[in-house]
Write a protein that binds this ligand. Structure first.
Ligand code: FE2
Length: 342
């Protein structure tokens, strides 16, 4: 998918992302690049999208508006982490969703799709108490449990950043596939939490009772060991999308209540934001949501919902070269091709 704003090739720098169930093809096109190459890139990505033949629910082709700078490495961005913070970014094909000779045909298909979708699953907890939660923990419930157990952690709760099937599981329309996720965690006796705006629909989609799901609201705090997960409502990609702010509960090295990281779901990606062209998207609200994230501590690492463009970023880096940089609501909407009340 080529951003219509780039058709003339007049933009300074364009980040083109094609979002499918397969790996997103993303490239940065500078002004000096010939328009023909831009068209070639678009053609290649379009063909890839056609091959996969299925839309996903992740990031939108976005104009970054500035030459992409090297994002900090994960090691650099997390150097300040307190020693007792357990924050594991699980990658399908590497950490979970691993095919074995015992894998069924259905499981192989799901794991293959998980690798293509590049969804990140997060385990967050306190190494000292061994308590953990899983965020967007679908695709391979057993595998996620195995990783936590091997690390000496006990998962207590499933939390969703939003209700899309690649984050909570459920049936995939037209594919005859069912991704394990929140329903399976609930069935195993775990507590589950989901944004209140999407709770009913999520329960309906996966086929579980809504009464079994704890509602997350703006300002909700869920504690896990010595850390608090504070929830920020960031609608845009979906009505209930949340960004999760991980905070220290206790004084650590003289700092009390300090934020240490963000799990941004499909709201903020390195150099882009979540797709706004889905039926339930609320594109006019995304700018406000991005301002909310941009107002947070610049040093905070950003852990996104997919690995289309690397492990993640920091608020500071996205304020410099991503969509957290200062841009008016009007300019943002124009950039996104959004019409309507500003
Ligand atoms: Fe999504």
């Amino acid at each position: 998918m080529e951003n219509p704003n780039n058709q003339s090739g007049q933009q300074t720098s364009v980040h083109v992302s094609v979002v499918t169930t397969a790996p997103v093809v993303a490239t940065t096109i500078k002004r000096s690049r010939p328009a023909a190459l831009t068209r070639t890139t678009a053609t290649v990505t379009t063909v890839l999208m056609m091959l996969v033949g299925l839309l996903s629910f992740s990031n939108l082709a976005i104009l970054t508006g500035a030459a992409a700078k090297q994002a900090p490495t994960k090691e650099e961005a997390t150097a300040h982490f307190p020693s007792n913070l357990y924050l594991k970014q699980l990658v399908a094909g590497d950490d979970i969703a691993l095919v074995t000779p015992k894998s069924s045909s259905a499981e192989r298909n799901i794991f293959s799709l998980a690798v293509q979708m590049k969804n990140f699953v997060y385990l967050v907890g306190d190494r000292e108490t061994g308590e953990a939660v899983v965020i967007d923990g679908c695709w391979d419930v057993d595998g996620i449990e195995r990783v936590a157990k091997a690390d000496g952690m006990k998962v207590e709760r499933f939390i969703a950043t939003h209700y899309h099937w690649d984050h909570i599981g459920g049936p995939i329309k037209g594919r005859g596939m069912n991704v394990p996720g929140v329903k399976e965690w609930f069935g195993l006796g775990y507590k589950v939490s989901m944004p209140k705006w999407e709770l009913e629909a999520a329960a309906h989609n996966v086929g579980m009772p809504a009464e079994g799901i704890d509602a997350i609201d703006e300002g909700t705090v869920i504690s896990v060991g010595g850390f608090d997960l504070a929830f920020l409502h960031t609608p845009g990609h979906s009505p209930g999308s949340m960004v999760i702010q991980i905070k220290q509960q206790q004084t650590q090295q003289g700092v009390q209540g300090a934020s240490v990281a963000l799990v941004t779901g499909d709201t903020v990606f390195p150099g882009s934001c979540g797709r706004l062209d889905l039926p339930e998207s609320e594109p006019l609200k995304m700018w406000d949501s991005l301002q909310k994230v941009a107002s947070l501590d610049p040093q905070l690492p950003i852990f996104p919902g997919h690995g289309y463009s690397g492990w993640g970023s920091t608020v500071a880096h996205e304020k410099e070269s991503g969509l957290l940089r200062p841009v008016s609501n009007h300019a943002f909407n124009r950039m996104m091709g959004i019409s309507g009340e500003l």
